[in-house]
Design a protein around this ligand. Sequence first.
Ligand SMILES: Nc1ncnc2c1ncn2[C@@H]1O[C@H](COP(=O)(O)OP(=O)(O)O)[C@@H](O)[C@H]1O
Ligand SMILES: [Mg+2]
Length: 235
Amino acid sequence: MAALTGTFIESFKKRHSVVLGITRSGKTVFTAKVLQGVQEIGAHTIFVDPKHDQAFAHLGTICHTPIEVYNQLLLKNPAIVFRTPGTSDERVAALDRMVELLFSLQRSSGFKRIRRVIAIDEVQLFVKKGNSRAIEMIYTIGAGIGIVGMALTQRIQLLNETAWSQSDNKVIFRIEDRSEYLRSRNLDHYVDQLDFFTDPMNKYYFYYTQGGSRWRTHEPVSLLDRSKNLNLSRY
Ligand SMILES: Nc1ncnc2c1ncn2[C@@H]1O[C@H](COP(=O)(O)OP(=O)(O)O)[C@@H](O)[C@H]1O
Ligand SMILES: [Mg+2]
């Protein structure tokens, strides 16, 4: 078990990320740790939670509509959880709308200096016909105005090309993309370690890069050193 270092966390505040792994491989637990870490160094966060997971309610003030999120943004609430609606069309529209509101606010005076990390759990649920307006916006123009994304999904193949190519931080738990596919993404080195990552002994280990071609294996994040939650009683 290991804690995430300051420089590791810092990189998620500044640069786009993708977090990949099969169900129950540890993606959301990891992301929750990163979000708490960046909150502690002054970033504001939004956790988009299509699954309405009670285990991640501690990541912020819970909102159910784009307007509720907007109202919290106006109050400069640093930690927001957006539980999106249940049906596919509504869910996609709600994220698109929320991101539009977020971007327009971020460009206005008084908000420009805020550094914001928006993590989207199960991004495949927001992709329609291979595309998501919200994800494209975040990953193409977000960084220029202080907004970076963290996109979570089960397979690299499910991920928008833009999210993958624009992300310096790439975190891979156990995945089940086909070896040929992984090799086509220049992940031969991950394929070579598949035995390690599929061994139940190594559950929750992850493989990552923070830019460039250097990849490393990281021990599971520790669940015990749970950082203190922000006091959100004002919101
Ligand atoms: N680093 C870890 N150490 C111990 N248990 C973990 C760790 N990461 C995840 N788990 C356990 O595995 C379960 C699934 O993790 P989760 O992050 O929800 O997976 P995913 O989001 O990939 O489906 C969690 O409920 C938690 O109990
Ligand atoms: Mg999850």
